[in-house]
Structure formats: structure tokens, C-alpha cells
Design a protein around this ligand. Structure first.
Ligand code: COA
Length: 434
């Protein structure tokens, strides 16, 4: 059959599509720039107009201020469930209007396949190619699992969506309805690289040899580390999130992927999110492969490359080296993402290292992020048994294989000087140090 004819037959408006929505539906949606703002907005309006109830939307890393998070009048009618909260999801979860599903990022496709069915999967795609395929643009992480478990597939075609050569694809024959929506993709505001981030980035960069294979997490410090690597040679990329600083490293020649043991010559990621520069880089570029997260983030895959170095951020760490990257006490901030996947993968890699880095204090110096114990209610993201290096602007603590007393001493040495006496007092009170 002619693919253009199939396309025309399935083309509709978001409002018309919303007429198909029924109470009790479970919707799966892709992540960040592969989300479907026009479809979700029309669905929210339909829910309100018709008084539909009990509609669930499962998603991850939201790029838009969706009504099902922001609009409290939708309570009980349309509810968001996030695998990794940020932005509007974070606010809604803390207000009790939305819910959070904890998981290691690498496990999400498996959880989807084992635990869920969807009445529809909603995803934004690039225009159809001559073979009838749509590229899922900047995301390949869990879409295939949702496709496998969805009764219907609704796509939002955006001609500004990049076409990833090796990323996830959907064929027109699989699609139930098409909505066209041409607009500039959302970008992540560039992290401001302050003096502390730059100091930490430089400290970590000193530990990274030429030829290393890097993963950079989300936030200012991983970004600053990326920028500090511009004088390195023969770096490789195997990461979960492809970032602006990685494009910079590729374009300045520091990354050429020539020393990798797997996927030599190519950058590997499961999603990309950042500036338009990233989306332009991905478009039609065989030098970068976007692959499913259960492959990319599998520690047994990550460690196949030598000298893997992972750099991620955190909110606090205790004397054991338990790392919290997801909450401030009971206040929900984020998800585990792939932090542990890459901590483990890096530590299993020959010559690998994993860095968790953060400024020594929060709230203008009022709070130490190194603590005798995690704040009550804090979520432990990376456990004491997995942690490797902790970095602040005062130096690097190497905790892996070290005793509690050795860890405590090293952590106090990289805490902000204003808090060292207090931390020492706490360590003595607990009988950790004499
Ligand atoms: N106590 C109180 N407040 C704290 C705090 C602490 N210990 N640590 C940070 N904060 C506050 C900051 O002041 C800031 O507040 P503001 O928004 O009012 O300015 C806010 O919490 C965010 O902190 P910041 O250090 O700016 O966060 P970030 O943007 O660098 O992101 C994480 C840090 C941990 C949230 C982020 O890396 C993340 O989501 N990690 C998830 C797990 C992961 O690493 N996944 C793999 C990579 S995708």
C-alpha cells in the first residue's frame, strides 16, 4: 500500500483524536522532546469537558508543563505517574497531585513489559521517510517496550524533530492516528558554570586519562567537567543522556571514540536533551547511536569499554558514603535515573572510576551537603557498597573499599571548612573517630 495514502487516512486533529479517549484509559508517553504536547493538551480539555475519570499518564523527564501535573481541577480525572520527575512533575508530586514510580533507569523497559498495559502510547516523531518509518528523534530509551504493550499508537509529527539514524523507529502500519504539530523543540536552559562547578570540573578532569570513555549526568557539575575535558585526546562517549558539552567535545576533537572496545567510532546514548545544537547534531548523523536504555545502561555492557568514567551529581552524602540524589529530606526532587547503572558499570570497567560531585554547601553556605547522617526522609540513591569517589570544591574522597572511619575522615576533609568541626564532633559522638 502507498505510505502517503496510509498517512492521509490516519491524519487527524488533536481535538478529533481526543474524542476517542475513554474513562479508565492508561496512557504511556515518551520522554522529554519525544512527548506529545498537542495531544495531551487536547486530552486534558476533553477530560474536563466530558468529566472523564481515572485516566493515568505514565511518563519520564517532562519537557512541557502538562495540565495533568499543573491543573489541580484534574485531580482524580487525569493523573501523571513519573519514572523520573523534574519541573512540573516534581511540583505535582510534592503537592500530592501526581505519583512517582521508583526504578533504576535500565530496568524501566523490563518493568513496562512485566507490569503494564497501555490503551495508547503517545510519542512525537520526525516526518515519515520514504519507507514509511518515523524516527523517535532524541529518545530511544523505553519507547519500544511501550510500543510492545500498547493497544494503539498515537503520534505527533513535528518537522523540527531530528531524525536519528540509529534510534527507535515506528512504521506507519503500526500507527493508529497522526496529529501534525510543527514547533521548535524545547531546550534545557544551559547550566550556569559558577566558580565552584568549574573548580570541581577541573579536579575531576585531572583524574580522567586520554582514551577514557565518559558518561556525564544532569546538572551544572557534569557540564563543567565536560568543558574541562577539551584538552583531552581520544575520548569516547557511552552515556545515558547526550549533552551540550559532549557536542562541544566532539567538535573540538577531544572525543573521537577511537579507543572504545564496543561501538568503536560511535557515540552511544539512550536520549539527548539540551540545546538546539544537540538536536542538529543528532539529525541524520550515523556517528551517534540512540539505543534502548536496558542495553545502554546495563552495567555489564557499560563495563565492556575500558577506562569508563562516570560523573553524576547529588544533594547530600553521609559518613557511610550513602548518596542522596533524589530528595531534600522528604521533599521529592528527582529520580535515580541511571546514576547507579553508571556507578556500577564504571567500577566494573578495567581502569574505570565513578565520581559523584557537588558543591560542599547548599542555600548560600547555610547547609553542608556532607552530613553525619542523611536527612530524615532522604532517599539513598547510590548505596555505601557502590559508592566510589566523592568530589567537592575542596577535593576528592576515595571511599570504595575503605572503612567507615577512613570514609568519615576523607569526607570531613572535603566538607566546607565552616562545617568540619561540627562534623568531627558528630563523628566522635558516634564513636567513628576517637
Ligand atoms: N539541602 C537542601 N537543599 C539542597 C541541598 C541540600 N543538601 N542540595 C541541593 N539543594 C537545593 C539547591 O539549593 C537547589 O535549590 P534551588 O532550586 O532553590 O536553587 C536545588 O536543591 C537543586 O540543587 P542543585 O545542586 O542545583 O541540583 P542540580 O541541578 O545540579 O541537580 C540532582 C542535582 C541530584 C537533582 C540531579 O543531578 C539529578 O536529578 N540526579 C538524579 C540521579 C542521577 O544522577 N541520574 C543520572 C544522570 S541523568
Amino acid at each position: 500500500m502507498d505510505y502517503r495514502e496510509m498517512y492521509s487516512a490516519k491524519l487527524t486533529s488533536a481535538e478529533k483524536l481526543a474524542e476517542r479517549l475513554e474513562s479508565g484509559w492508561s496512557l504511556g508517553m515518551d520522554s522529554s522532546t519525544s512527548q506529545t504536547p498537542a495531544i495531551m493538551s487536547a486530552f486534558a480539555q476533553r477530560v474536563k469537558d466530558k468529566g472523564l475519570r481515572d485516566i493515568k499518564v505514565q511518563t519520564l523527564l517532562d519537557a512541557y508543563p502538562f495540565e495533568f501535573y499543573a491543573d489541580s481541577s484534574l485531580a482524580g480525572m487525569m493523573t501523571g505517574y513519573s519514572w523520573f520527575s523534574s519541573g512540573s512533575a516534581r511540583k505535582a508530586i510534592n503537592a500530592g497531585r501526581a505519583d512517582f514510580i521508583p526504578a533504576y533507569y535500565r530496568d524501566i523497559p523490563g518493568h513496562i513489559r512485566r507490569e503494564y498495559e497501555y490503551d495508547a502510547f503517545c510519542v512525537a516523531v520526525s516526518p515519515m521517510d520514504k519507507h514509511g518509518y518515523f524516527s523517535l528523534g532524541n529518545n530511544a530509551s523505553y519507547a519500544q517496550a511501550m510500543i510492545d504493550k500498547a493497544k494503539r499508537i498515537f503520534i505527533e509529527v513535528n518537522d523540527r524533530q531530528p531524525r536519528a539514524v540509529c534510534g527507535a523507529q515506528i512504521h506507519i502500519s503500526q500507527v493508529d492516528a497522526i496529529v501534525e504539530n510543527s514547533f521548535q523543540l524545547p531546550v534545557l536552559p544551559a547550566a550556569s558554570l559558577d566558580e565552584i562547578s568549574i573548580t570541581i570540573g577541573n579536579l575531576i578532569a585531572e583524574q580522567i586519562p586520554d582514551g577514557a570513555c565518559i558518561q556525564l549526568g544532569i546538572g551544572a557539575i557534569p557540564d563543567a567537567t565536560g568543558m574541562a575535558l577539551k584538552s583531552k585526546h581520544d575520548l569516547g562517549i557511552h552515556t545515558e543522556m547526550f549533552t551540550d558539552s559532549m557536542v562541544e567535545l566532539i567538535e573540538c576533537g577531544a572525543v573521537n571514540n577511537s579507543k572504545k572496545q564496543i561501538h568503536r567510532g560511535k557515540s552511544i546514548t539512550t536520549f539527548a536533551y539540551g540545546s538546539q545544537r544537540i538536536y542538529d547534531y543528532i539529525d541524520d548523523n550515523p556517528a551517534i547511536e540512540l539505543l534502548p536504555v536496558d542495553y545502554v545502561n546495563d552495567p555489564n555492557v557499560i563495563c565492556k569499554n575500558d577506562n569508563v568514567v562516570s560523573i553524576n551529581a547529588a544533594l547530600e552524602v553521609d559518613f557511610w558514603g550513602q548518596v542522596c540524589a533524589e530528595s531534600v529530606g522528604t521533599k521529592h526532587m528527582s529520580g535515580s535515573g541511571g546514576q547507579i547503572d553508571f556507578v556500577r558499570g564504571a567500577c566494573q570497567s578495567r581502569g574505570g572510576k565513578s565520581f559523584i560531585a557537588f558543591s560542599s554547601t547548599a542555600k548560600g553556605g547555610a547547609i553542608s551537603k556532607i552530613k553525619s547522617e542523611l536527612t530524615p526522609g532522604a532517599v539513598c540513591t547510590t548505596s555505601k557498597n557502590d559508592v566510589d569517589y566523592i568530589v567537592t570544591e575542596y577535593g576528592i574522597a576515595h571511599l570504595r573499599g575503605k572503612s567507615l572511619a577512613e570514609r568519615t575522615k576523607q569526607l570531613i576533609a572535603i566538607a566546607h571548612p565552616n562545617f568540619r568541626d561540627e562534623l568531627l564532633f558528630e563523628a566522635k559522638k558516634r564513636g567513628i573517630l576517637i
